[in-house]
Design a protein around this ligand. Sequence first.
Ligand code: NAD
Length: 474
Amino acid sequence: MILPPWEGRVNVLEVISPHTEQPIAQVTAAEPADVDAAVGAARAAFDTGPWSRTEPAERIDAIRRLADGYDKRRAEMADVITAEIGAPITFAQRAQVGLPAMMMRAFCDLAERHRWQENRPGFFGGEVLVRKQPVGVVAAIVPWNMPQFLIVSKLVPALLAGCPVVLKPAPESPLDALLLAEMINEIGLPPGVVSVLPGGAAIGEQLVGHPGVDKVSFTGSTAAGRAVAAVCGANLTRVGLELGGKSAAIVLDDAAPEKVAAGVRSASLSNSGQICNALTRVLVPEQRHDEYVDALAAEMAGIRVGDPSDPATQMGPLVSQRQRQRVCNYIDVGQSEGARMVLGGTEPPDGLDRGWYVRPTLFAAADNSMRIAREEIFGPVITVVPYRDEDDALSIANDSDYGLAGSVWSADTERALVIAGRVRTGTLGINQGYTMDPFAPFGGVKGSGYGRELGPEGIDGYLDTMSIAVAPNA
Ligand code: NAD
């Protein structure tokens, strides 16, 4: 079920361009009755419909057809994402659309190798069939920052597992979700297998609490994740939570400043810093503090900020006025807390008075107790914190409410790996930010949530394990 612009509907979502601040589209917003209808249709598709009983090969075939259709419309999808969230067009093509296109096929490869059933000799002499069964109706809720990547990370493994999906995109970015819905329509899945409900938090809340939902897969802020977890706890609904982060780059004293600066820039400032696994705390040895800060400042000063549809642009605007306000507020907080602002600030970049632009901003000589080192800013702001020795670096890295990503930088990989093992986090990169790999599980610990997406673990998240014991001599 896909919501068309039904006549008589009064609730619409207005999509605003982050570059021009002007409306670019109106989308029919889901209403409470639509949530019931979508979950009801998904329930029927699971309980009596064919999807949950199809063979994995049939589902893999359907997703490969979707991937073929997706490939044909990649350019269109990138344009849509650039228009609705302001991601630079080259980043939209390469990451926002290129990654999900690749992931669809990678998930199919994983599903082909997946162990859907294992026959084990039972302890008492008979045989036990351990079967992976689809978990049921999935509610998938995503934010706007990497909309297609996040949708595909949930939708595709859930479908491959045999689950119907009700998807709620973020109100800022319904257009790419509806374009994907068109492509899904074209491959002809059975009724009720995929529904898209454009809407805000209230529609998300209703979906999360719906008794017809078996599993909630949520990506978003830690605050909303806690609310979602509470509802799921009360209802005993399974839930996976991919939440915020404040990931540390631990720079060891033998790491080359230019390499660190280039790597941190790419890991942290793509998408205007609106990336959950961004390395926003850079921990440097105090005796080399200024060298690393100078290298970062040189790297960040060269970033071309501007119109996201221009292929020369490296950083576009933030997604919304609210997000710009939030980031500027943190820039003020950082200065009032006493961190040294080396670059950036709350003034719009030169020539960009219209649009929700923020200058790449660098704070140095910060302390890990400051709010700019503790709270997720979700914008182009990097905070450098000096440390005394490796134990101090580790204790600063782990002194965080979050644990989503991280990195260790060193000329000596073995040395970096030893440090890496002591960081409390779900993912970590050596001499790079954590790069999402479709074959490797992604997810967090502590306030960054629980559960894993991507990799075979990403498919397992939508499967239940059922044991069937066959009596000996039967
Ligand atoms: P948000 O939590 O406000 O909203 C995310 C989605 O949840 C939206 O679709 C929203 O409508 C919905 N929602 C909000 N409250 C809800 C509720 N109580 N019940 C059900 N649905 C609800 O997040 P945001 O600020 O728009 O997005 C940015 C956040 O997402 C950041 O914290 C970022 O780190 C996080 N994020 C995490 C990952 C990850 O993989 N860990 C990836 C991308 C973004």
